[in-house]
Design a protein around this ligand. Structure first.
Ligand code: GLC
Length: 712
């Protein structure tokens, strides 16, 4: 990475205090339309049902967008969020470059979470592919489309470990495991940023939400996070650190507090840990309005104090709360905030603009490039591959799947033909008309089908959630299926015909009745633009499912939070009454982390484990004992059964996706440094015990094979 510190210093020396503060300001396009309300209020009106999604879209289309151009000309804007078209980006950039005193270019941020126009499966779905190469490819594709539309930075990857299925934003990350979130995040950082940020198709990865946003109490969004430092380090921080190590150039602190100090004003988090201990020298940008919301948290008496605490903590850019633009200059003049602190924040922002090449090349796209970039056949093909690999076959009793292409299928459930529902949460650049729904997929595949036709040979019940039932501000206290979906399943089962359940959802759902009574269940998540085609690829056997769950499926909402890497407790279970359980619900999951079936059969045998030079060598033999080729994700877990602090019953430490033809076998080998088995003791010292460890290998967290190894 080139060094820009000299240019940054020279520019800072020219800047007035007001111009420095202007660089900290990120604006969103606010709408002045029929409602004369802000964009955020319009969103609220849609989410709480005061206006329909269609009405929202109409208003968005008709409302005049206010881009704060007067402030821009006055040097009071450094960045925009949420502008995704080349013409507007270039028009505003031209004002910044040609009509402000110093001509400092703008940086444009956007939420490119799982595709820009070619929407791929929601991240929770894509994570079930357990394939870093795929995750990187879809990120590269998203970067090409988004940068063609003028985007310089995406507010992604989201790598918040999420162990509570009630939380709506579990849909936006890679599930409940820290290692998977870290590997997913690293792949996305590589894909988004490419090998040179100066390239026109590279965009900054802004990793979020730092930190532990997924641990909100009661699964409620934005809620408090309170945990030991041991747990924070062992279970939540690793994915962000892995993304910083992969070269991510921006970080978004989370809305939540950690142990009483909101991340936006948390000096330990943003300065001591992120910058000093981890060596991060990129930019921090707040979440939307988060600095001002520190008043609601109760950590600041007013916006001015919130701005002061955020600046002193190490928050560089203010996303749309307008507290920096209002108070930062005065805070510096009064010496409550040293000029050096302001300069450090401005330097982080200028550095990103230099790294993106925006000073010499402020117009990185144009409308011709934009028009040619979207929804190419190649990108649709990749979206279809990602959707197929994201799907998880939860159950397949009697090998009812794959279906013959000669059957006539009856399709039930409104989301079988709701194109817009296929995008899932956070697909703000998507257009419903781009999506292939299930009924269109059936037509494309030449399958005879009829909607709501119980006389058909096989009945497909489309169940689950609408896209606005997951994502931000979409926590659910009850994650079971609605009564009408259960009634539909009962009606279809009563016909005596084979029934297949297809789930479109953004989180694990508690589906005990379906799991018990429906012979085949395919988890499709929200699969993106190629939903219908990918579903038919799997349902009719052109592709064998290979997805594995990256979240645990509880049997009941009341079991949440439920996750595989849990502690054993002193009374883990058994016949006695006095064990850790529920009187009214099972204590085990419906479908465990790592679970996923194939159309073939895989067998595991002969796990061998040795240790040499502080490295554990594990080998397991996998064979395809079925009649079709297929992919299997071999998973390696371990447990420290007797430590100085209790340890989880299992922790994922490695995995490998293996393709085998019928009758083929392979020995899969893993190497695991002993240091990976460590944890933090009571005094926060990282330690690796000598003694016995249990190693597990298999096709899910209920891994079939185990072997003990002695370290030290
Ligand atoms: C939202 C989300 C964050 C997103 C930001 C910008 O509130 O919390 O994930 O990147 O606003 O749109």
């Amino acid at each position: 990475m080139e060094n820009y510190e000299k240019q940054i210093r020279e520019l800072l020396d020219k800047m007035t205090l007001e111009e420095k503060v202007g660089q900290l300001q990120q604006c969103g396009p606010s709408l002045v339309g029929a409602f004369e309300v802000s964009f955020e209020e319009l969103l609220d009106m849609m989410f709480d049902g005061r206006i329909s999604q269609e009405e929202f879209g109409r208003l968005m289309g008709t409302a005049k967008q206010d881009f704060h151009e007067e402030n821009l000309r006055a040097g009071k804007v450094g960045s925009y969020n949420g502008i995704g078209d080349a013409a507007t980006v270039n028009r505003l950039q031209k004002i910044a470059v040609e009509e402000t005193r110093l001509g400092i270019p703008l940086i444009f941020g956007y939420d490119v979470i799982h595709g820009f126009r070619t929407v791929t499966p929601i991240p929770l779905g894509e994570s079930c592919a357990w394939e870093p190469e795929l995750w990187e490819k879809t990120a590269r594709m998203a970067a090409k489309e988004a940068t063609a539309a003028g985007v310089h930075m995406t507010f992604a990857p989201m790598v918040d470990v999420a162990k509570d299925a009630r939380w709506g934003r579990v849909s936006e990350g890679a599930g409940e495991d820290a290692l998977l979130n870290g590997l997913y995040g690293q792949a996305k950082v590589r894909g988004f940023q490419g090998d040179d940020l100066k390239k026109n198709d590279a965009m900054v990865a802004c990793v979020k939400h730092f930190a532990a946003y997924g641990a909100g109490e009661a699964g409620r969004d934005y809620n408090r996070v309170d945990m030991s430092m041991q747990r924070l380090h062992e279970e939540y921080l690793a994915p962000y650190k892995m993304c910083v190590d992969a070269g991510a150039r921006a970080i978004m602190p989370a809305f939540n507090d950690i142990n009483g100090v909101p991340c936006s004003v948390n000096k330990w988090l943003l300065n001591d840990l992120l910058r000093k201990e981890w060596g991060f020298n990129g930019m921090t940008v707040s979440d939307a309005n988060a600095i001002a919301e520190c008043v609601n948290h109760g950590i600041a008496a007013d916006g001015r104090e919130a701005a002061k605490k955020a600046l002193l903590a190490g928050m560089d850019m203010d996303m749309t709360s307008n507290t920096y633009i209002q108070y930062a200059a005065d805070l510096v003049r009064s010496r409550e905030v040293p000029m050096a602190v302001l300069d450090r924040a401005v330097a982080d922002i200028l550095r990103l603009k230099f790294e993106l090449g925006l000073f010499e090349n402020p117009y990185k796209t144009d409308e011709q490039r934009e028009a040619a970039a979207m929804l190419t056949a190649e990108d649709r093909a990749l979206a279809r591959e990602a959707a197929v690999k994201s799907m998880v076959l939860l159950k397949n009793e009697g090998d009812i799947l794959p279906l013959s292409k000669n059957v006539k299928v009856g399709v039930f459930g409104k989301n079988a033909s709701e194109k817009g529902e296929m995008t899932g949460a956070w697909a703000i650049g998507a257009k419903p008309e781009d999506c292939v729904c299930l009924t269109e997929g059936l037509a494309n595949a030449g399958i005879a089908y009829a909607v709501d036709d119980e006389t058909a040979d096989v009945l497909i019940a489309v169940l689950g959630e609408n896209k606005d039932q997951s994502g931000e501000a979409a926590s659910r206290a009850d994650i079971s299926l609605p009564e009408e979906q259960i009634a539909l399943v009962k009606r279809l089962l009563a016909t005596g015909k084979p029934v297949v359940a297809v789930l479109f959802n953004g989180r694990p759902l508690a589906i005990p009745f379906v799991a018990e009574n429906v012979p085949a269940i395919l988890e499709a998540w929200h699969p993106g633009v190629e939903a219908g085609n990918a579903l038919c690829d799997v349902l009719f056997g052109d592709c064998s499912p290979s997805g594995k769950l990256t979240v645990t499926f509880p049997a009941a909402s009341g079991q949440c939070p439920m996750y595989y890497a849990h502690m054993n407790t002193g009374r883990p279970g058994g016949k006695s009454k006095f064990t850790s359980k529920y009187l009214d619900a099972p204590v085990n999951p419906l479908f465990p982390f790592g679970h996923g079936l194939s159309y073939t059969r895989f067998a595991y045998e002969s796990l061998t484990v040795t240790v040499e030079n502080q490295v554990i060598h594990a080998a397991v033999t996998l064979s395809n004992s079925g009649s079709r080729e297929g992919d299997e994700v071999v998973q390696l877990y371990f447990r420290d059964p007797a430590a100085d602090r209790v340890r989880p019953v299992k922790q994922l430490k490695a995995f490998r996706k293996v393709h085998l033809c019928p009758g083929e076998a392979a020995t899969v080998r893993f190497e695991l440094p002993v240091t990976e088995l460590g944890y933090y003791d009571w005094n926060m010292n990282y330690c690796v015990d000598n003694g016995t460890y249990r190693i597990f290998a298999g096709g899910s967290s209920e891994a079939e094979l185990e072997a003990d190894i002695i370290i030290g």
